[in-house]
Ligand binder design. Structure first.
Ligand SMILES: NC(=O)c1ccc[n+]([C@@H]2O[C@H](COP(=O)([O-])OP(=O)(O)OC[C@H]3O[C@@H](n4cnc5c(N)ncnc54)[C@H](OP(=O)(O)O)[C@@H]3O)[C@@H](O)[C@H]2O)c1
Length: 243
């Protein structure tokens, strides 16, 4: 197995020591879970939120709150926010009920903004939480039976993936299935392609914590669903990959 505790590009120690992770979308369902898990094991975690009144929630789980709005912040501002991070996790989202414009601004352009900032700050990897089924809209396809808002969502997520794949910033894309708030099972299926189905936010967060350790897994897209493999095993058994 590769040594996943090698120093990162900033000379950080391994997990639990001085690794800094920045979470964009830190007050979201996944964001607050992954931030809490990382902080609990001793990592430094900066949690980016857009509403100042969420600061106390972020601090309560051990993250350092930073207020910034993906729709108005500049690359320079975000470069300062991500400076020193070994990993940036992008798990923000405009939400299903939002307008096409807001989805495009947050789910697509927000990713580019954070990728530009991460590259400028020489962040180790940007982990993007994308979604299964984005391929349904590839090449302008119209998914049968999908609502216009879901189609807009898939288009923004797919475009974000495509922009990131072409970006100089090292990346890793995780596509979970439909998210639930059911308690995590601790078991998943994590692979290049997995059957579509619901997956608990607890389990997604635990997988992201594991992936934050796997600094050798880069330029790879992984799908995530329910399964029988213990999360630690699912993450440690991933082959190192570099585009
Ligand atoms: N729902 C699903 O079934 C599903 C499936 C696969 C993947 N995903 C993806 O998984 C990710 C996380 O999902 P989740 O359920 O944890 O999301 P969530 O609870 O809706 O959280 C998203 C977070 O993004 C933040 N955000 C929205 N606009 C922002 C902006 N302009 N600037 C900064 N932050 C902003 C929100 O902040 P506020 O609290 O201020 O609104 C919120 O905290 C999303 O990218 C989503 O697309 C979802």
């Amino acid at each position: 197995m590769p040594n996943v505790t090698d120093p990162g590009p900033h000379g950080d120690s391994g997990p639990g020591q001085h690794a800094l992770t920045v979470i964009v979308g830190a007050h979201g369902g996944i964001g607050i879970r992954v931030g809490a898990l990382l902080a609990a094991r001793g990592d430094r975690v900066r949690g980016v939120i857009r509403q100042a009144d969420q600061k106390a929630d972020i601090a309560r789980v051990g993250m350092e709150p930073v207020v910034a709005d993906l729709e108005s912040a500049t690359v320079t501002e975000f470069t300062e926010i991500v400076a020193g991070a070994r990993t940036v996790i992008f798990t923000a989202g405009a939400g299903g009920g939002s307008s096409r414009e807001r989805k495009d601004a947050v789910d697509r352009r927000g990713v580019s903004l954070v990728a530009d900032a991460s590259a400028a700050a020489k962040v180790g990897r940007l982990l993007l939480v994308s979604a299964m089924r984005v391929d349904l809209v590839r090449d302008g396809a119209e998914p049968e039976g999908a609502s216009p808002t879901f189609t807009d969502y898939l288009r923004a997520k797919l475009a974000a993936e495509q922009d990131l794949r072409a970006h100089q910033q090292p990346w890793l894309i995780l596509r979970p299935g439909q998210l639930t708030d059911e308690p995590g099972t601790g078991h998943v299926t994590l692979a290049d392609a997995v059957p579509r189905g619901p997956v608990s936010r607890d389990d997604v967060a635990a997988v992201l914590v594991g992936l934050a350790n796997r600094i050798d897994v880069v330029h790879r897209m992984l799908e995530l669903g329910v399964g029988d493999t213990p999360i630690e095993q699912a993450v440690t058994s991933l082959a190192p990959a570099d585009g």
